[in-house]
Design a protein around this ligand. Sequence first.
Ligand code: PGA
Length: 243
Amino acid sequence: MKLIVENDYEGLSKRASQILIKEIQKDPEIVLGLPTGSTPLGLYRKLIESYQRGEIDFTHVKTFNLDEYVGLEKYDPRSYNHYMNTMLFNHINMKPENIHIPNGKATNLESYCEEYNEDIERAGGIDVQVLGIGTEGHIGFNEPDDELNVGTSVIKLAPSTINDNAKYFKSTGEVPERAITMGLGSILKAKKIILLANGESKIEVIDRLLNRNVVTTQLPASFLLLHPDVTIIIDEEVYEGCR
Ligand code: PGA
């Protein structure tokens, strides 16, 4: 595992974008795994700027998003579908058919999850997976539990996740209780993984991840310790907090 410490969020976003820009330039048909949340917003801004400068081309890039709330329509401003369009896809030249975001309104969720897995396999798997991390250690929406799912599945959100994400809804009660998430298997099969974490709220979880050196389903991100090519980029605040 490679640990990179940047001064602040701007530096972290820049460093993550430099890695991704290089990977996209090296392989214009790259398959990217993408997260939502507040953490990757700076990275997405920098990718858009890079695209506008003509440094990268998304014509043949494929993307798979990690997760989506069950029950939200695609155009719902709180959906991750809407987030991805407004924060990234509307500003770059991705082909719509190359964008994959779980459909939270699928009628048969179980078979839909199977299809999502198959789509990832058909694309040849994820080349570079970008991740944020939940305060309780989730990646995607794989929440701490006795067992973790290998493939894409429907999960029940942890109370801490509902709390963390309530800021995007009118009230905590409005946050959907379930979500579709890519499983640990799909994430760990990615050739390269980049995890981003910044700010005080992530100190405790990064401390557990980096300093305990154990793998446990109670800290889903800990499975990343088994992967041969993981880069964790944190800011100085997280670094100082977990020294
Ligand atoms: P955040 O969420 O980027 O909004 O902190 C991260 C996550 O839940 O994975």
